[in-house]
Design a protein around this ligand. Structure first.
Ligand code: HGY
Ligand code: MN
Ligand code: MN
Length: 424
């Protein structure tokens, strides 16, 4: 089979379709679909989300996929299989971002999935299964606090209680759906029938430094850490910053601050990871003792048992801190995702894909970051390809990848799909 000329060329020219250079240019374009000037922020059911779906839909069509937006606002692209009832291989990642994001987290994997389909189509490869590319709409949970909304809808794991989740402006998820032009009553239409799905492959930047430290471009994921997220509150009493003696103060911010250090100590001592990423003191004036402090907790560990044990210890210690300062400590759980492990056959395909690029013993990595694959795991097996990122930096504007690594990753991802096709 003779290849189109551009497929044989080097990937330096950004005009080459489905090349690493083109993908990186497209990451730059999507970085402008932001609610903030000079920073990247794209959350669920916003104008930026709609614009991104439209743009990505165009790129899907160029790759030979039939683009469509599903009932949850995910951008999907379908490549039909040989028969109407052919099983479907899912490829994808997410299109939303955290506030102040980089341009590759989720985006790179989605665009790579599109490019792999484009490359296979251009080569005239006929797969024995269909492909569906998924650009998930809400992996980060930035707007409504609950993460993985897009992939949960596809996995058929949507929960009715989520309709009443509210964003920082008090807008409910139901209202935001309607404003976006989606019908909450049709949410189940986003779900894929389990019996038709072959598995799910996701490519993603590592979001950690291990590949870089090992001087490897690519790695194979063994599983994903489970995570729980909480809204924590210390309640005390506001008062005059000058007049109120220390012995009578009920300073909520001091109590919350002590708990922040308790979280770090307990998590580190037990091999878990705890992060307080947000804290707010009320009423929030320089000359008022804080009467209330609200803060978040993101807690992860290799096993759910360990994570839950550390949470119990944090609660115990926080209650002691609160008692010592005459405060009330409250915790509301916002998110809970179980730890998952990859499907062995799919992971083998990723290993074979990486081997095809020359690394026959790829680094195996447990993902400490969450991914849509966690939600899709309740529908079908998954596997993931990790790509080196500069300094392990992610969730930051300085997220970076090397074009040559993306080119290798494209080759590996394509080879993984072909590996599955061979033994189908
Ligand atoms: O928070 C996470 O692990 C993911 O990046 N959403
Ligand atoms: Mn992220
Ligand atoms: Mn991500």
């Amino acid at each position: 089979m003779s290849l189109p000329e551009w497929l044989n060329g080097d990937d330096k020219d950004g005009d080459v379709p489905f090349s690493a250079a083109e993908i990186l240019e497209r990451c730059d374009i999507l970085a402008t679909h932001s609610s903030r000037v000079g920073a990247i922020e794209r959350s669920y059911l916003t104008a930026e989300h709609a614009r991104t779906n439209w743009t990505v839909g165009e790129w899907m069509a160029q790759a030979g996929l039939e683009p469509w937006q599903d009932a949850a606002g995910n951008q999907r692209g379908t490549l039909a299989g040989p028969r109407d009832d052919s099983p479907v291989l899912l490829l994808g990642s997410h299109l939303d971002t955290v506030p102040g994001a980089g341009r590759y987290d989720g985006i790179l994997g989605t665009l790579m999935a599109i490019a792999v389909v484009g490359r296979l189509e251009a080569k005239g490869v006929r797969l024995p299964f269909g492909i569906e590319v998924l650009g998930f709409a809400d992996e980060e949970g930035t707007r409504f606090g609950r993460t993985l909304l897009g992939s949960c809808a596809v996995a058929g794991a949507w929960q009715d209680s989520w309709w009443e989740l509210r964003d920082a402006q008090g807008i409910s998820l139901r209202t935001a759906f309607e404003a976006f032009g989606l019908d909450p009553a049709r949410i189940e239409e986003a779900a894929l029938p389990r019996e038709r799905v072959l598995g799910y492959l996701e490519a993603h930047i590592e979001q950690g430094p291990l590949l870089e430290d090992a001087d490897r471009a690519l790695g194979v994921v063994t599983g994903i850490m489970g995570a729980r997220r909480f809204d924590l509150t210390m309640v005390g009493e506001a008062g005059h910053a000058g007049g109120m003696p220390y012995g009578r103060r009920r300073d909520a911010l001091l109590g919350a601050s002590e708990v922040v250090t308790v979280i770090e100590t307990l998590a580190r001592d037990h091999g878990a990871i705890g992060t307080v990423g947000r804290m707010q003191a009320y009423p929030g004036a320089a000359n008022v003792i804080p009467g209330r402090a609200e803060f978040s907790l993101d807690l992860r560990a290799e096993t759910d048992e360990l994570r839950d044990r550390v949470w119990d210890l944090i609660q115990e210690q926080a209650a002691k801190v609160a008692a010592a300062r005459n405060l009330d400590f409250q915790a509301v759980e916002r998110h809970d995702a179980e730890a998952t492990v990859v499907g062995e056959r799919l992971a083998e395909a990723i290993r074979a894909g990486i081997a095809a690029t020359g690394d026959t013993a790829p680094l195996e990595l447990l993902s400490k970051a969450g991914h849509d694959a966690m939600a899709i795991a309740s529908l079908t097996d998954y596997a993931m390809l990790f790509i080196r990122c500069g300094g392990g930096i992610s969730h930051h504007k300085d997220e970076s990848v090397i074009e040559a690594d993306v080119a290798l990753a494209l080759d590996a991802f394509e080879a993984a799909v072909l590996d599955l096709a061979r033994t189908f």
